[in-house]
Design a binder for this molecule. Structure first.
Ligand SMILES: C[S@@+](CC[C@H](N)C(=O)[O-])C[C@H]1O[C@@H](n2cnc3c(N)ncnc32)[C@H](O)[C@@H]1O
Length: 380
């Protein structure tokens, strides 16, 4: 049965919508914010201007508002119901199969943006000489926001989910940055993507700035997700390894490999190059057996692991001789990184990178004092 009528004013509709959400157990503030978001989106009125237009009537949007409410009764997230989400004051197209951009991820964009400006001021490195590398682009919100802020910046973006990659591509086109964003549909922890990363870095002569908001929720917390979050893809949420931090271990290994910073990367690569399967879960398990502060033993961890499912993750790295890839750092190139982390992960993730020899490793907190970003660099 439809609740909303064409003659309902926006004020009446907002109140009815919020009351229905509160009946579902959604708290007052959230329910009112959602009502306002739904109405401003459907009526094409800016969120801020809605209170000035509250005497307008719903008209034929009453049907759409009923459909959105029906979705919300099924706990489908409001952003999926509306087909869009706000991020960094921009609109991103979203739907099933892609993570809804989160406000905390805006902190990461803001951090990277400041860091890019600092590189220019402190080291004279222009953003035009930086290749932004993102793993797990989802809607594309991180890279696209940065490309919009830095007109000379280029991005190499990896996403393993075809649905999510499609959202990245469409959003990049809608925001007019698709020509500066190379999107690769691939599991990052495979030989080809890493080979491509090394190739792009060398051929462009750019410095490397890797960003990611990887899946990081651990197994215990996956059981406690809110009903709305369960509509989002598990691939975007569930971290690797029991503690959810497998992606960071993988990133540390890849960055060390690309930079050629460690001399044992060659033997690590040989150890895994023989393996044929593509199961990256086991790759992380192999690394996780080693303490997070000791990623230097990464290669041994993989070498010891006798299973056949490590994957040929590092064939690409293996093909490069360590003396060859070591050029990157030796030639004065910078490897910079900034990753979003889960609410309990900032210290152990910082330890992974500091223990692996990265410099300037730091944790950035949000306003509530929760460590949200771990950043650092590799430099000669
Ligand atoms: C937490 S979401 C982040 C999405 C987006 N960057 C954001 O911040 O809203 C993580 C993304 O990583 C992708 N992903 C997971 N494993 C991956 C892998 N091995 N290689 C590439 N992408 C991966 C997921 O499909 C998902 O889109």
């Amino acid at each position: 049965m439809s609740l909303f009528k064409a003659e309902h004013s926006l004020l009446e509709a907002a109140s009815l919508f919020a009351d229905e959400l509160m009946r579902l157990g959604i708290d007052n503030d959230e329910a009112r914010a959602e009502a306002r978001l739904a109405l401003s989106t459907l009526m094409s009125i800016s969120y801020g201007a809605l209170p000035l237009k509250q005497e307008l009537v719903l008209g034929d949007k009453a049907v759409d508002l009923d459909r959105v409410l029906k979705d919300r009764r099924n706990r489908r997230p409001i952003q999926y119901a509306l087909g869009q989400a706000d991020f960094m004051a921009q609109t991103f197209w979203v739907g099933e199969g892609v993570l809804i951009p989160r406000p905390e991820t805006e902190l990461l964009v803001d951090f990277v943006s400041r860091r890019l400006r600092q590189l220019e001021e402190d080291l004279g490195i222009s953003h035009e000489n930086v290749l932004l590398v993102e793993v797990g682009s989802g809607s594309g919100c991180i890279s696209i926001s940065l490309l919009l802020q830095f007109p000379g910046l280029r991005a190499l973006v990896f996403e393993c989910s075809p649905q999510a990659a499609r959202f990245s591509q469409v959003n990049a086109e809608r925001h007019g940055v698709a020509d500066r964003m190379e999107l690769v549909l691939a599991d990052f922890f495979q030989p080809e993507p890493i080979d491509l990363l090394a190739k792009r870095l060398f051929e462009s002569g750019c410095h490397c700035f890797m960003v990611s908001n990887p899946p990081y929720i651990d197994a215990a917390e996956m059981e406690e997700l809110q009903p709305e979050v369960k509509h989002e893809p598990e691939l975007a949420l569930r971290g690797l390894d029991a503690d959810g931090m497998g992606f960071y271990r993988g990133f540390a290994a890849v960055l060390l490999g690309v930079a050629g910073k460690r001399t044992d990367i060659g033997s690590f690569s040989e150890a895994v190059a023989e393996k044929k399967s593509t199961d990256i879960g086991s790759f992380s398990e192999a690394v996780a057996e080693k303490k997070s502060t000791d990623i230097g033993l990464f290669s041994e961890a993989v070498a010891e692991k006798k299973s056949t499912d490590i994957g040929s993750f590092s064939e690409a790295v293996a093909k490069k001789k360590s003396t060859d890839i070591g050029r990157f750092i030796a030639e004065g190139k910078l490897v910079e990184f900034a990753f979003e982390v889960g609410h309990k992960q900032s210290v152990p993730v910082a330890e992974i990178f500091a223990g692996a020899g990265f410099q300037h490793v730091e944790v950035r907190q949000d306003l509530a004092g929760i460590g949200r970003i771990v950043a650092g660099r590799l430099i000669k």
